[in-house]
Design a protein. Structure first.
Lengths: 380, 380
């Protein structure tokens, strides 16, 4: 680390979001700010979308005098130091401070870590606009991309442009509960901000070096937010296909075959539509690429729901209804969006797996058709 | 397919080897020769290392009049059309003919498919030398490479040079029993023989096009026997590491991280020592590469034994003794050979995962050291 010439302003870090993954990231960040007091303010604000929770009688935080009375989630977090609703049984460092006001949470922060459902990005950015430090930097932990017919946009760019700041991206083989339980894990951070200028709070140009430096979570900086974000979106389509094949009981050869073709199409999609910005190596070498694909096809939600659908002989849409309370899987909407995007370019015949998944989801093909549908997948 | 100008001699195909994988390949080959009578002689000879088997009373082939009397394995195969010892409960096509003489089995064959334990290559080649058609072509289904301190040799080249013929290589995410049960599967065939000359039995230059064309097993021809064979060897080291991590219960993130670093080192090894002959894409795009790695780290033998060793708190060598009757895992010897090869070149510090696996196998490090040992794995 560069020696700093005298006292400088420290970084204040805020985590925007407090779900399963958001709370996990807040835990790591707070451990790091505590471990590096020369660089960071210890307190980490975490924005919580306020809701009321009622602690059950068997909760260790149950208070008889308060029996049955709903409490604010922020208050429970700040009292119990645990996000009892979204990351139960994991102690949060006491320097994580839940805050229901996103503006107040982000005030004076030089590092903003976005970790919320992508549907909230627009609204939250609006609330923050004009209320953050002009030299703040962001990192988006929101996996995926927004695919419209006419273009693919990165969530990190959407956030960055909305707020007028640089925003990097973090993605990887990161099942939140495993990370929260301090199991060894890697991630990929694409963070390559423009050179700092005089507005910078310190002359040390690399806040990202420490953000995720936890003994249990290692990261490698890479250029290429596009690859990281694309990979995080497209792998969900592949995970659906892997779930279909596993649900049929076709064995490990078939599942590996589907994953191989999926990786091939992820790389091809990146090369074809993002020739300037995509790093092929991110897909094949980084935690955000092949490793995240492996994890997603091993125990991810898209994989599990697709497998369940085949085993029960119902559609994935039915599983979304009955098992996810109608919440949609990331993979189903991405499959639709990506295929629309391809069709708009006359390229829908060229991505056999992506198209097969949509055709199966929409009932035009069945899982038994997969071998035939993928027969041309290796053609250049 | 090219139209042939009049009658030509047909291909005769022989499978050298009859274990679990050899018998499976013989099944596919015999289905194909039957389906393409214009190209192939129907009968497929399969060389069987003769041994005696005694059918148990509950075998469907048990013959009371013959009770308890050992029979020759070749006779059982040719009577029951099943390899009761190495591929039980799978019907072999009746045109698979077991033969205990390797010379007789290979006589007049234009296509020789090698599928036997690599320890038998030298001896078997010696027996065949001078007794095969001079224009025969081979395909080796023997995974891996021979790594000595001074060089890495491909089994396919060893066979080809020993017999004075061209020999291609087949490798992929191919668990034999899944293929034998006709589950959908892919493989990679590296088959790029020199142009046929006048000794060729037909003007159709591509016997490989049909060899593996089964409805359940698809293949893609690629150049690059080196990549296919190297990948088949190195993935076993990675599978040990994945087993170690899984045995510790570290979860999917950690396993994916180990597999990612393993793939990285496989590619790096290929690029560094086989710059002329290795195709990087084979590792990252082919069935013989990333797909085989996934399968091997999912249910392969190296993976399972390493996991078991950690769970029971014993060494892998002990598992080899107690669970494999002293048979050695491919991964343990490859780890040793590859590290010796690297050491001889002063490059042993540069392959963290390969070295970590050997150090753990030999007791110099423990599985708990893996995160630290891999911390530099992404350095160029």
């Amino acid at each position: 680390m560069a020696t700093l010439g005298g006292p400088t302003k420290k970084h204040k870090v805020t985590v925007i979001g407090s779900g399963n993954w958001g709370s996990t990231i807040a835990k790591i960040v707070a451990e790091n700010t505590r471990a590096h007091p020369n660089l960071f303010e210890e307190e980490v604000q975490m924005w919580v979308f306020e809701e009321e929770v009622t602690l059950p009688e068997d909760s260790k935080y149950y208070d008889a005098s308060n029996a049955g009375k709903p409490q604010k989630l922020t208050e429970v977090i700040n009292t119990c130091h645990e996000n009892v609703k979204y990351l139960p049984n994991i102690a949060l460092p006491t320097n994580v401070i839940a805050n229901s006001s996103v503006r107040d949470a982000a005030k004076d922060s030089s590092i903003l870590i976005f970790n919320l459902p992508h549907q909230f990005i627009g609204r939250t950015s609006k609330q923050l606009e004009g209320h953050i430090l002009p030299y703040a930097r962001g990192i988006s932990c929101i996996k995926g991309v927004e695919v419209a017919e006419d273009k693919v946009s990165l969530f990190s760019e959407w956030i960055g442009e909305g707020l007028g700041i640089y925003c990097g991206a973090l993605s990887g083989a990161n099942i939140a509960n495993e990370v929260a339980n301090e199991k060894w894990s890697e991630t990929t951070i694409a963070y390559d901000p423009p050179t700092m200028d005089s507005r910078s709070p310190s002359r040390n140009p690399s806040p990202s070096d420490n953000v995720s430096a936890s003994p249990n979570m290692e990261h490698k900086d890479v250029r290429g937010r596009s690859s990281v974000s694309l990979s995080g979106a497209l792998k969900n389509i592949v995970a659906l296909a892997a779930g279909f094949v596993e649900g049929k009981g076709w064995g490990d050869n078939a599942k590996a075959a589907v994953m191989r073709v999926g990786l091939l199409e992820m790389v091809k999609f990146g090369k074809e539509f993002f020739p300037e910005t995509v790093r092929v190596e991110t897909f094949t070498e980084e935690s955000a690429g092949v490793a995240d694909l492996i994890t997603s096809c091993g125990s991810g939600r898209n994989f599990r729901c697709a497998k369940m659908a085949v085993e029960r002989g119902v559609t994935v849409a039915e599983i979304e209804k009955t098992e996810l309370n109608g919440q949609l899987l990331q993979g189903t909407s991405t499959a639709k969006d990506v295929n629309n995007f391809l069709k708009a370019r006359g390229r829908d015949g060229e991505y056999q797996l992506f198209t097969a998944v949509l055709d199966i989801l929409e009932g035009r093909k069945t899982v038994d058709d997969i071998p035939d549908l993928l027969a041309r997948a290796d053609d250049p």
